[in-house]
Design a protein around this ligand. Structure first.
Ligand code: HXC
Length: 285
């Protein structure tokens, strides 16, 4: 049963603004990235979602495709973002089957709660590899397509339409520090740095690179894990947010639409923090 648009996207956006655009999204079967993808698909885009788990990725792609009649959503499963060749194949397949790659969301991430004393070097490396190397592999595989998209969309125009855009999904926990999250904090700081460098190096070619940093978002895997470790943590978290509630995946979807839309044409090398003001008053967001 398709969801009603207003459950996952603001009414502020015009239908069709992403017509003929193609999104490539790693981690697209997860709670946050699937919401970002659904929003773009609703507004006219085609999409490829990249995941490790076949059943989960295919089920999510079929579900996202119900957001708009005639939508094309490709499930590319069995891909570990730590494998550059698998990602290159996924990018090439997306461009071949959907026609181009205009937008990239580097969203695949690994996380678990662990005290530093119990974090092996391999555990630390696993998260760094998924988040940092995986994000690098994602942009490396898709940048040639993004450069083409930027060229196409800005050709002979003083009012370019968007194309050649990257969003890295990061976090706010590394702004201050958070116990049990040393590995993720280090990884997300590196992801932010990667985005900034790509923004400067590829800006002259018309490609923009930005970070979306979600704060405490309800209904996500991360929040469910927190609730398992302390059932009252979700209620406590929402009370600590200056806006008095947890964020929703819809809040992240709306920020994504803004950055990828023509309204975001001059936004580059930025971080859009979507956390209700949380990190400014709470260590670790
Ligand atoms: C301590 C742990 C552990 C835990 C795994 N390890 N879980 N150590 N506490 N809870 C250790 C293992 O013992 C092993 O080290 C090493 O990590 C690698 O584990 P594998 O299972 O072999 O790795 P892999 O299959 O690659 O799995 C990666 C993973 C896993 C990160 C460990 O959790 C995963 O696949 N996650 C993907 C899905 C996910 O986490 N999504 C959430 C994203 S939310 P040894 O030394 O024994 O070999 C998110 C939000 C971030 O990212 C923002 C936070 C606010």
């Amino acid at each position: 049963m398709p969801q009603q648009k207003k459950e996952y996207l603001s009414d502020a956006w015009k239908d069709g603004i992403f017509k003929d655009k193609v999104l490539f999204c790693t981690g697209g079967a997860g709670s946050i990235c699937s919401a970002q993808t659904r929003a773009l698909v609703h507004l006219g885009a085609s999409a490829a979602i990249i995941g490790r788990n076949k059943e989960k990725t295919e089920r999510m792609a079929a579900d996202i495709a119900t957001a708009r009649p005639g939508a094309r959503v490709l499930a590319i499963a069995g891909v570990d973002v730590r494998d550059p060749k698998a990602l290159q194949d996924a990018a090439d397949r997306t461009a071949k089957e959907l026609g181009s790659i205009d937008f990239v969301i580097a969203g695949a991430a690994g996380n678990f709660l662990a005290p530093l004393s119990q974090l092996s070097a391999n555990a630390f490396k696993s998260v760094i590899d998924i988040d940092v190397l995986g994000s690098y592999n994602t942009v490396k595989a898709t940048l040639p397509y993004l450069v083409e998209s930027a060229k196409r969309n800005s050709a002979n125009s003083t009012d370019p339409t968007s194309g050649g855009r990257i969003i890295f999904v990061s976090a706010t926990i590394h702004y201050t520090g958070l116990p049990l999250q040393t590995h993720v904090s280090a990884a997300k700081a590196a992801v932010d740095a990667l985005s900034n460098a790509v923004a400067i190096e590829y800006g002259p070619l018309g490609v923009t690179s930005n970070v979306i940093a979600p704060g405490p978002i309800g209904g996500t895997e991360g929040m469910e894990r927190l609730a398992k470790s302390d059932p009252e943590s979700v209620a406590k978290s929402s009370k600590r947010v200056p806006l008095g509630r947890l964020g929703s995946v819809k809040d992240i979807a709306d920020a994504t639409v803004y950055v990828f839309s023509d309204a975001g044409n001059f936004v580059n090398g930025s971080t859009v923090v979507v956390d209700g003001g949380s990190w400014r008053v709470n260590a670790g967001g």
